[in-house]
Ligand binder design. Structure first.
Ligand code: KG4
Ligand code: ZN
Length: 332
């Protein structure tokens, strides 16, 4: 990543997916994730430099994610980054995962998009569901967050109940394409309450109760029609909730830009719903590019560039932060 303070330039982006490793288990297995990180990271780092036609001596700063996330996986990447920085005598930056997501919608736009404009960001991933206000200096303030499950978690858990493969979000959105979103009336959590917080655990329970009742009546989960209708109805409940809360956040803050980030941002129905809502409000909709929605190194490099130019450095003694920090810590 090259960053001059006004514009990001992605020089190379290499990704090693572990989805096939974890799929048979229906979720991430920490030991296997650690083993794959150790096995794959050196080669991925080398390929990234080769693709960018760069060698380490010309690099200004080495960065890695410091958290929040799976501790064992963070440990591998963070330690690797610190070792490279130490050996090459380069500064090191440990970056907050959420700052990476927050900055991701801006990567292919110039600074005009984030300098001097108030934005609201809907950040929806497997671990987080947040509405964040980004003031003119890019300083984040959390407006609302989930009280229990994250939106991605709701997709993943619903997918498991419907017998769909891991990762659940893409599987639900694929199945939903052929489905009827109004066949099952799942709850739109928290819409009757005024604030900007979310809660998705009730939705998961509703999906379980509905599915168990259908199975008792003799239905089968290999009934493609039924699973598609259930998937479409779950997706509609999640999307409606996210769109309505985002609308309220725009109205309350007066911001004229809505950005969308995090793994769930890949969901086409969510993107379409938010786009429509923004059009109605006369606001601009700025979603992350779908290939940069799920976790990736490009967004971490962008966040690192942003912080580096503002003078931030982490010491080599910095430790990982697996638990979520408050937004105050995102940029420090
Ligand atoms: O940001 P991310 O890669 O990891 C975390 O930081 O958690 O987000 C992963 C989440 C998973 O829950 C996955 O099911 C969800 O993003 N996801 C989707 C889609 N693609 C990924 N959810 C709904 N629709 C999708 N197309
Ligand atoms: Zn993430």
């Amino acid at each position: 990543m090259r960053f001059d303070g006004r514009r990001f330039e992605v020089l190379s982006a290499v990704r090693a997916s572990q989805d096939t490793t974890h799929r048979p288990y229906g979720g991430v297995v920490p030991e296997l994730a650690t083993r794959d990180h150790v096995r794959l990271l050196p080669a991925v780092a080398r390929r990234t430099l080769e693709d960018a036609r760069l060698s380490l001596p010309v690099v200004d700063v080495v960065a890695a994610t410091r958290g929040p996330g799976l501790a064992v996986a963070l440990m591998v990447g963070h330690t690797f980054g610190k070792c490279v920085a130490a050996v090459m005598d380069k500064p090191f930056l440990g970056v907050n995962h959420l700052h990476g997501h927050l900055i991701s919608p801006f990567i292919f736009h110039s600074a005009d998009y984030w300098d001097g404009r108030d934005c609201v960001c809907l950040l929806v991933s497997g671990g987080h569901t947040m509405l964040v206000f980004l003031g003119k200096q890019g300083i984040p303030r959390v407006l609302g967050t989930t009280r229990d499950d994250a939106a991605g978690e709701a997709f993943d858990k619903a997918a498991r109940l419907l017998g769909l493969p891991y990762p659940g979000g893409p599987a639900i959105s694929r199945a939903a394409q052929q489905g009827d979103p109004v066949r099952f009336d799942f709850p739109r959590p928290m819409l009757s309450e005024p604030g900007l917080d979310f809660s998705f655990s009730g939705l998961k329970t509703a999906v379980r109760v509905q599915t168990e009742s259908l199975l008792r009546q003799g239905a089968q989960l290999d009934d493609v029609r039924l699973v598609s209708d259930l998937a479409a109805s779950v997706q509609a409940a999640i999307v409606d909730t996210l769109v309505e809360k985002s609308r309220r956040a725009l109205v309350q803050t007066g911001a004229r830009v809505l950005t969308l980030a995090g793994g769930v941002a890949a969901n086409a129905s969510l993107r379409a719903g938010l786009e429509r809502m923004c059009e109605e409000l006369g606001a601009e909709f700025l979603p992350v590019r779908p290939d940069l929605s799920t976790d990736n190194a490009v967004m971490i490099a962008a966040a690192a560039g942003w912080q580096f130019l503002r003078g931030r450095r982490s010491g080599l003694e910095e430790e990982i932060h697996p638990q979520p920090d408050g937004a105050d810590d995102w940029l420090t």
